[in-house]
Design a protein around this ligand. Structure first.
Ligand code: ADP
Ligand code: TRP
Length: 319
């Protein structure tokens, strides 16, 4: 089974990215032939600063390696190192109905957030389809918000196969039910567009400040509280053991347990999971050449997998 996922280097990765997307990839790492790419072409729809894009690309690679990506099990590469995806995206574009792309939520959302209505943003799902189809992926672990893009991918693969013969595999999205929408510090979905994120590797002091600043209601410490739906409790569930979560729920319900106590427990649980990742990241960041070797090696392997598909596709379309 071939498993592929991608993530945009369009900002620092945060808790929502880790629990909403990265973790499913790590969980699947033992289960198949794995590919993880850094979608730097996609990030250009919103990032217009070359140095920032290069830096963010490196940061994403370091974050994944620190949190558990094993280059011996997962091929990690930069999207731009397999430039044929642009070529495949064109062939798919010629089959993609305008109406299908116009219905995509991600495009409409970006418009609503004031991004420029560029052709790149509009064509984004076609490039994403090319990323997946060029590698003949079976399974694509993504967050819930990417479900529609996977439907577009299947649709375009089907259209291609109907026109030119059965060449492209129809992939399935992998969105485990357990993956919830992770709340940000203000209670809305955690997202860099809402400025409510807690980054994976920001300095400990900044993380503490953000955790302590999570918005709550004004109930006093003494009052009993319902934990379900409370952001601190929802975040704690991600980091803590089942028993620890039950203990926090019981404390909230019993009263004499304040939001400050819960925030402290959340911070401790974050550090328990992330301090080892932090150490690993610091060591990796000092060794630029190893990182570059991993990405180059990834590019070479990804290329080996993409090349036969591209050859067959070119022949089929008449080139
Ligand atoms: P952002 O909303 O910060 O711009 P992205 O859209 O770049 O994040 O998200 C990258 C991946 O992380 C996607 O697969 C998305 O589903 C997942 N993800 C991001 N934020 C959350 C969240 N708050 N809860 C669950 N998954 C999330
Ligand atoms: N659109 C995805 C996101 O914003 C990133 C992405 C681009 C992707 N190409 C992909 C994810 C291919 C999975 C497979 O999160």
């Amino acid at each position: 089974m071939r498993i592929l996922t991608g993530i945009q280097p369009s900002g620092k990765l945060h808790w929502g990215n880790y629990f909403g997307a990265m973790k499913s990839m790590f969980d699947l790492q033992e289960k198949g032939q794995n590919f993880m790419f850094i979608a730097n072409f996609h990030a250009m729809t919103t990032v217009r600063d070359g140095a920032a894009l290069r830096e963010a690309t490196k940061d994403v690679a370091l974050d994944y390696l620190a949190c558990g990506l094993d280059p011996a099990k997962t091929v990690m590469y930069r999207q731009s190192d397999v430039p044929e995806v642009q070529e495949l995206a064109w062939y798919l574009s010629c089959l993609a109905p305008m109406g299908l792309l116009e219905r995509c939520h991600s495009y409409k959302d970006k418009m609503a957030h004031g991004f420029d209505a560029t052709h790149g943003l509009f064509a984004y799902p076609v490039l994403m389809a090319a990323d997946i189809l060029i590698m003949q992926a079976d399974l694509v672990p993504v967050g819930k918000d990417q479900k529609q893009h996977l439907e577009v991918t299947r649709d375009l693969a089907q259209k291609f196969n109907n026109a030119y013969g059965e060449l492209l595999k129809l992939p399935d999205a992998y969105i485990p039910d357990s993956v919830a929408t992770i709340p940000g510090t203000d209670g809305q979905k955690m997202s860099k567009s809402y400025h409510n994120t807690i980054e994976l590797f920001e300095p400990s002091g900044a993380i503490k400040k953000k955790v302590m600043g999570i918005v709550t209601d004004s109930k006093t410490m003494e009052e009993p509280k319902e934990p379900e739906g409370n952001s601190i409790y929802e975040l704690y569930k991600l980091f803590a053991t089942k028993e620890e979560v039950e203990t926090m729920a019981a404390s909230f319900r019993a009263g004499n347990y304040g939001y400050g106590h819960a925030k402290k427990a959340l911070l401790e649980a974050y550090h328990r999971l992330f301090d080892p990742f932090r150490e690993k990241r610091e060591a990796l960041a000092k060794d630029e050449s190893t990182l570059e070797d991993i990405l180059r090696d990834g590019a070479r392997k990804a290329h080996e997998f993409a090349a036969p598909t591209m050859e067959a596709v070119r022949r089929a379309v008449g080139l």
